[in-house]
Design a protein around this ligand. Structure first.
Ligand SMILES: Cc1cc2nc3c(=O)[nH]c(=O)nc-3n(C[C@H](O)[C@H](O)[C@H](O)COP(=O)(O)OP(=O)(O)OC[C@H]3O[C@@H](n4cnc5c(N)ncnc54)[C@H](O)[C@@H]3O)c2cc1C
Length: 422
């Protein structure tokens, strides 16, 4: 018996693949969605610490800035399906949403399960065939077009068109292990260098270990190279057993990791008092030392620093914590004041793909038409989601990109089939 030929075979049931499948099926196509893991949306379930930050309410021009340097590609996709459409889409599926700090949108239930469940019900309603434990290995080409996809277990699945939505290679335990890159290379697609992005940094010495668990709010984190500021971010950070993490560090990592791979030396410089300039801080420190002459230095530090940072500060600025303030010399005072604005830690490395929120790099954006998500190499192949060289900072931007590229691919593959196959 000849196996059925689907209109569209979609590889990968993550955010992008599920959106593409539901959209194409709702437009009347016969769709098969292949998923390597037993169930769809494994990565979606762990997003936003299990709460799933689906998008952000930022205005279009600010939103696309988060995708630098490839914002001029993704903007064509967001022009067709953006944050308001995504929020309405989930609300219509019964997932109520709330806006939080920084425009982040979460399900009101705070549960990523509700997002995945709603998508699966939508797929069922639109009669998408979903196969779990169906890992695609390679495409079969016939007459310059894709004819089938071969699964690792030997099965062949035939289709008139295909959407690749296998994700990147971060958090591989969720199923995203970079298979898509291997599948498109033989078709002539180029993969730009891939790096783990939105990852913690490793730092030199035992300072981070001593501060493990300490979170610093409202700090300015700068990346220095030869005393030149390369990048900076304001916000919150966290010390880990081996280095630093938290929102500002993850954001900085998008730019810093590729430079670390070129063996460039970089230092993280934390400004603990970004709201005050050097002079104002100098005057404040001098005044407080004068006014509290009998107080031990470590007690005065309580006015400036969280408890956990006090011993580390004394060690780094080389001042005896039990010295009365009246005995702190001008040199020591200046050293302390300088350190408050320049708490420096040498970056020695970064977290790997296992803990990266996203993969930087992927299928070259120049080889895909971002108005349709059609491959420029193979006409009946469309590509969506993180497998592409598209990535952004945290805040809901990456999921919006996956959902939007999925919808656009699903929509345009149906138009392609109408014009070229029927
Ligand atoms: C811990 C964590 C938290 C995150 N939180 C957020 C957040 O709150 N907001 C946000 O915007 N972004 C977040 N992200 C990023 C976001 O999850 C991804 O950008 C998004 O999931 C990418 O969607 P995708 O569909 O392209 O890929 P994925 O979600 O990775 O889906 C790809 C799917 O393809 C399947 N697959 C892979 N290879 C094959 C194969 N050979 N055959 C068949 N199937 C295959 C995989 O099993 C997987 O199910 C987070 C990421 C992580 C790791």
């Amino acid at each position: 018996m000849t196996p059925p030929t689907y209109d569209i075979v979609i590889i990968g049931a993550g955010a992008a693949g599920m959106m593409a499948a539901g959209e194409a099926a709702s437009l009347g196509a016969k769709v098969l969605l292949l998923e390597k893991m037993e169930r769809p949306g494994r990565k979606l379930l762990i997003t936003g610490k299990g709460r799933c930050n689906i998008t952000n309410t930022a205005e279009f021009k600010d939103f696309i800035k988060h995708f630098q340097p490839n914002e001029n590609y993704i903007k064509h996709v967001f022009g067709q399906f953006f944050n308001t459409e995504l929020i309405s889409f989930f609300n219509d599926l019964g997932v109520a949403t709330d806006e939080e700090r920084g425009g982040r949108i979460f399900p009101t239930s705070d549960s990523s399960h509700d997002v995945v469940d709603a998508l699966v019900i939508w797929l069922r309603k639109n009669k998408v065939d979903l196969w779990g434990r169906a890992a695609a290995e390679k495409f079969i080409i016939k007459d310059g077009r894709l004819n089938a996809v071969k699964l690792f277990d030997g099965r062949l699945v035939y289709g008139k068109s295909f959407i690749l939505a296998t994700g990147g290679t971060s958090y591989p335990a969720t199923g995203s292990t970079g298979d898509g890159y291997k599948m498109v290379k033989p078709l002539g697609h180029n993969i730009t260098e891939i790096y783990p992005a939105l990852v913690p940094f490793l730092t030199e010495g035992d300072t981070a270990k001593l501060l493990e668990g300490l979170s610093l709010k409202n700090i300015n984190a700068r990346i220095l190279q030869d005393n030149k500021v390369l990048f900076e971010e304001f916000g919150e950070m966290l010390f880990t057993a081996k280095g630093v993490s938290g929102p500002v560090i993850l954001s900085l990592s998008r730019n810093v990791v590729p430079l670390l791979h070129q063996d460039q030396e970089m230092t993280l410089s934390i400004d603990l008092k970004p709201a005050v300039d050097d002079n104002t801080l100098e005057n404040r420190v001098r005044k407080e030392l004068d006014e509290n002459g009998k107080m031990y230095f470590h007690n005065l530090l309580k006015f400036y620093l969280p408890q956990k940072l006090i011993d580390v500060c004394c060690k780094l600025v080389n001042i005896d914590p039990n010295k009365p303030c009246s005995q702190i010399s001008a040199v020591e005072r200046k050293r302390f004041r300088f350190w408050l604005k320049n708490f420096n830690l040498k970056i020695t490395g970064h977290g790997g793909f296992k803990e990266a929120i996203i993969t930087k790099g992927g299928i070259s954006v120049t080889e895909v038409d971002f108005k349709t998500m059609q491959s420029k190499k193979i006409s009946n192949l469309f590509i969506a989601g993180e497998v592409l060289d598209i990535d952004a900072e945290t805040g809901g931007y990456n999921l919006q990109a996956a959902f939007s590229t999925g919808i656009v691919a699903g929509r345009w593959v149906v138009a392609y089939l109408k014009n070229n196959v029927e």
